[in-house]
Ligand binder design. Structure first.
Ligand SMILES: *Cc1c(COP(=O)(O)O)cnc(C)c1O
Length: 347
């Protein structure tokens, strides 16, 4: 199927010219230049200047780490902003629709509702795998995006390469693969395949494995053409200076990140093992993420009991295919021990 981005971009967005900020118009700062162009307060305090609207330094570090050119990277105020930009660029309110596969990340539905975009929900299979045929069949001419969350939240599993491939190749619109948890997975990222598929968008985040949920930095990788459209509509200073600084520091210490990922994976294995001895835990779903989904006898009751013990987890019982499930984030060794202790104690 030939993919044509021009048929996907909303008409008003195709015509839109980006707002040109002061920092956009003059980029090449040298040490002895005088900047009187942006009505900033001239007294230095580290954040008195507007941040780089293109976040070039952060992108260069990401580019090196991931092997993707900087002009195929867009940064946002969390993945949530990145996903919202994707909706606004490609989905016409009240006309277009998007497809996602419950149980999955709640933001796809929230953003669709916010942008007045119809949703088509195709359930995953009982073992949380993609039902390829049903998914592709649900698409209409107005279907712009299929969202695949892999590893999936809340089930924890990554989808197989073969199933994702069938969706990416079989759909005429855009496929967004949300790889928020990819660093915890044994499965490969789809980043390497970006050049092969012009309809592919991959989102990642510094909120999970990189340990920086507080700075809000989401990353989007796609073709130059897609990134150009998103760049045109993003708020000019969407990633603040403090975030850019802290992200750079962290990206330069990727070995620390890797070390933490290894420790979390070790803790995940030990948590899974301990959970086997809890008699009312009837199923521990395989996880490619930093959380574990478990099935229990009565999720509402167990959730309340854990709260009484000062432990907050996520009750997923109302989600499709998730009756009586709880989602447990992998914490530190001590936190996980406290969780297991509490799970053993409650009756
Ligand atoms: C946590 C999470 C994110 C991260 O969102 P941010 O806005 O970047 O913090 C994205 N997708 C999924 C599926 C998540 O679970």
């Amino acid at each position: 199927m030939k993919f044509d981005l021009n048929k996907i971009v909303r008409e008003n967005i195709a015509k839109l010219k980006a707002y040109s900020s002061a920092r956009d118009e003059f980029e090449e700062a040298t040490a002895n230049m005088v900047f009187l162009d942006a009505n900033e307060n001239p007294f230095q305090n580290g954040v008195n200047r507007y941040p780089d609207p293109k976040q070039q330094n952060v992108k260069e570090l990401l580019s090196e780490l991931k092997g993707i050119p900087t002009d195929q990277i867009l940064l946002g105020n969390g993945s949530d902003e990145v996903l919202d930009l994707i909706f606004r660029a490609f989905c016409e309110p009240k006309e277009d629709n998007v497809i996602f596969l419950p149980p999955t990340y709640g933001m796809y539905g929230v953003l669709a509702a916010l942008n007045n975009i119809e949703t088509k929900e195709v359930l995953l299979s009982e073992d949380f795998d993609i039902r390829v045929e049903e998914t592709l069949k649900s698409a209409t001419d107005a279907s712009k995006i299929i969202f695949l969350c892999s590893p999936n939240n809340p089930s924890g599993n990554a989808f197989s390469e073969e199933k994702i491939k069938a969706i990416v190749e079989g759909f005429q619109g855009l496929v967004v693969i949300d790889e928020a948890y990819i660093d915890f997975s044994g499965s490969e990222s789809w980043l390497e395949k970006l050049t092969q598929y012009p309809n592919l968008i991959i989102t990642q985040t510094l909120s999970k494995a990189f340990g920086m949920a507080g700075i809000r930095l989401g990353v989007c990788y796609a073709s130059e053409e897609i990134i150009e459209v998103l760049n045109r509509i993003k708020p000019p200073y969407n990633v603040n200076e403090l975030t850019q600084q802290r992200a750079k520091e962290r990206l330069l210490k990727f070995d620390e990140v890797q070390d933490e990922i290894a420790r979390i994976l070790k803790e995940r294995a030990s948590l899974e093992k301990s959970l086997e001895s809890i008699d009312y835990v009837s199923k521990i779903y395989p996880s490619d993420a930093n959380f574990v989904l478990v099935k229990v006898d009565d999720a509402n009751k167990r959730y309340d009991q854990l709260i009484e013990n000062g432990i907050v987890i996520r009750n997923r019982t109302t989600q499709a295919l998730c009756e009586n499930t709880l989602r447990l984030t992998v914490g530190t060794k001590m936190e996980n021990e406290k969780l297991i202790e509490a799970l053993k104690e409650i009756k």
